[in-house]
Design a protein around this ligand. Structure first.
Ligand code: BES
Ligand code: ZN
Length: 632
């Protein structure tokens, strides 16, 4: 919802290689038995010929060698075909056999930005295939952390990030959001560490370091996730709880005390939660996202532990994905807005139900500010068409198209639909949509057909859907979010401009959102004396709230307030959340002094970031790494 997803776009280096591989849309054929799939340009797999239906993963996590090794055994459903194709990226394939251990021939295709296709020959109809493999150095999904990079500084840590096309870098798999399968996993980790996954999870350490997992609902590959560390668990209520390092877990449980209420609120809106438990793991600060909706277990950044429960909308967002995204899934990354636009809409409904319309209104306004900034950037970029809801990412890294547009323009479209038919009818429509298409994938076309038939036509609503979905920019009938709380902030800014000292401004009772709005709307430029005055009055540089701190640092960079630079350096060396990194490094690029500072800080911070953040910031700073990770 906040700042800098807006700045993700346009920062990714794209291989020119385009790929003509099949895949996706899950649609059942006439008798309803076999799904058919439409094309996914970001996977090599050919699910209409042979598709995986279940994965048995048996791996050992070697924290010293920074390697995952073991076997992935698949149940497959094959038509009249003699091969199955999976995705890999930087994996070493050691052996491929059938269920009886008989070797199967395989070949690896050329390496592109999509990785390498793994084609396994099936000489006779084969129902099960086993692949023995190990990961390479620099596997893109994995971030291996030294003890020093964790909160407790005693043990190493590992986490994975699958979305969008990174799971193939640690498991050979048909890595397309339109292909769903169940999984079981056996994961061996060093004694003393604990493993958790996007599945049923342990709540205690296993003495032998062996953990077993089950994900009984069919999910796409991007939702397979693993974290390993010296974790502790604390329950919040009977269905929810938190995992974190020992020194963090109490704080996290306090911060997320509302999780059970959020879950019940979400169910009240759109029907039963279908994933048994809902837990959150708070990861070390290098986690590149705010949150990731891994089923049963949201992965989250510790930068939402503000100490005052003010940043928990992120939990509402990731929880909402249990319906929008994990239950009804974008069929390809071109349909990403179906995941994120619905989720932002849903998140806002949860926030409104729990905290009231004022609170939700502030979040919506911050989201709209982000969207408008993003739209300006996109209009000036090489890809002005990225401001459409329906994307065309063929030949590009899908990460490139994942901007604020999917989130905020997507949510605005749904708010418009709600305004047209009224909330009761819209809620019934959404709830039915989740039920009807549960555990299936959805293309934009299929959604639009369903929308027309089940909402627009019956309610005699005429709107220009094509302009919203296939047009650039934000249509003029987008509903405007309202919040008089921000009007009050604007008023205080005006008073400061007119000479009222900062410490006399009426800021008492302001939430994080009001402070963010304040910091985003300060007059420019600001003198050293004015920056000092603000910091003396509000102690921004010492703030423990990462959102406030990041918004303040942006002002410090723009106004060369060097009193904050030591703290900025420390922040950028510790926090790897891309939404904070992008605006801060971008702001530094505006001046020569800033450019030098950006390169100096990045030189030391880069090894602390996950590959997706490294990829983005390398591009932003035109960084040439002299020691690239060896993948093959
Ligand atoms: N699924 C996304 C994270 C993501 C998007 C990972 C694209 C990889 C590619 C997650 O649900 C998300 O949107 N996280 C936001 C926070 C949220 C409150 C908007 C983030 O990380 O900033
Ligand atoms: Zn999301």
């Amino acid at each position: 919802m906040f700042a800098a997803r807006s700045l993700f776009h346009g920062t990714i280096l794209i291989s020119l290689l385009s790929c003509s591989s099949p895949v996706v849309e899950n649609d059942t054929d006439q008798d309803g038995a076999r799904p058919t799939y439409t094309m996914d340009h970001h996977s090599h797999s050919r699910p209409n010929e042979a598709v995986i239906t279940h994965l048995d993963l048996d791996v050992e996590v070697d924290m010293d060698e920074e390697e995952v090794r073991g076997t992935a055994t698949y149940d497959i459903q094959a038509e009249d075909t003699r091969s199955i194709v999976l995705d890999t990226d930087g994996l070493f394939i050691d052996e491929v056999t059938d269920a009886n251990g008989a070797p199967l021939e395989f070949e690896l295709g050329d390496s592109t930005f999509l990785g390498r296709a793994l084609k396994v020959m099936l000489p006779t109809p084969t129902k099960r295939v086993r692949i023995a493999y190990h990961t390479g150095k620099g596997a893109k999904a994995l971030q291996w952390l030294a003890p020093q990079q964790t909160a407790d500084k005693q043990h190493p840590f590992l986490f994975t990030q699958g979305q969008a096309i990174l799971t193939r870098s640690w498991i050979p798999v048909q890595d397309s959001p339109g292909i769903r399968f169940t999984y079981n996993a056996k994961v061996k980790v060093p004694a003393g560490l604990m493993a958790v996954m996007s599945a049923t999870n342990p709540q205690q350490h296993a003495v032998d370091g062996v953990y077993r997992f089950k994900q009984e609902q069919p999910i796409p590959a991007y939702l397979i996730a693993l974290a390993v560390g010296d974790l502790a668990f604390k329950s919040v209520d009977e269905r929810t709880g938190v995992y974190a390092e020992r020194s963090v877990v109490e704080k996290a449980a306090w911060e997320f005390a509302d999780m059970g209420t959020m879950l019940k609120t979400a169910e009240g809106l759109y029907g039963p939660y279908r994933w048994s438990r809902y837990d959150v793991i708070v990861l070390p600060p290098s986690f590149p996202f705010g949150g990731m909706e891994n089923p049963c277990l949201t992965f989250a950044t510790p930068t939402i532990l503000a100490g005052d429960r003010s940043l928990t909308a992120l939990v509402a967002h990731e929880l909402a994905h249990s319906w929008s995204g994990n239950l009804v899934t974008n069929a390809t990354w071109n349909d990403f807005w179906l995941n994120e636009g619905f989720t932002v809409y849903f998140e806002s409904r949860i926030s409104e139900a729990i905290h009231g319309p004022d609170y939700a209104g502030m979040l919506q306004q911050l989201g709209r500010q982000d969207l408008l900034n993003t739209l300006v950037d996109i209009a000036r970029s090489k890809h002005p068409e990225d401001s459409k809801l329906r994307l065309d990412l063929e030949g590009r890294n899908p990460d490139d198209g994942m901007t604020e547009v999917a989130y905020e323009k997507g949510a605005a479209f749904l708010r418009l639909l709600e305004a047209e038919v009224g909330r009761p009818k819209f809620d019934a429509f959404i709830r039915d949509y989740f039920d009807r298409f549960a555990f299936q994938s959805m293309t934009t076309d299929k959604f639009l057909g369903h929308l027309q038939e089940h909402l627009l036509t019956p309610n005699h609503v005429v709107i220009d859907v094509a302009q919203w979905v296939d047009g650039v920019g934000l249509p003029s009938n987008a509903p405007t979010p309202i919040s008089d709380r921000f009007d009050k902030v604007d008023h205080e800014i005006q008073r400061w401009v007119e000479g009222v000292p900062a410490r006399e401004l009426a800021t008492s009772g302001w939430s994080t959102f009001e402070w963010m709005h304040f910091l985003r709307h300060l007059p420019q430029p600001l003198t050293e004396a004015r920056m000092d005055e603000l910091d003396a009055a509000f102690a921004f540089t010492r703030s423990g709230n990462a959102e406030v701190l990041a918004a303040w640092f942006e002002q410090c960079i723009r106004n060369d307030h060097d009193a904050a630079y030591a703290r900025l350096d420390d922040f950028l060396n510790t926090v790897g959340r891309r939404k904070f990194l992008v605006p801060l490094y971008t702001a530094m690029l505006d001046t020569e002094k800033g450019r030098i500072m950006a390169r100096t800080i990045y030189g030391t911070a880069r090894p602390n970031y996950h590959s997706v953040a490294v990829h983005t910031i390398d591009e932003l700073l035109a960084w040439k790494d002299t020691h690239p990770p060896v993948n093959f």
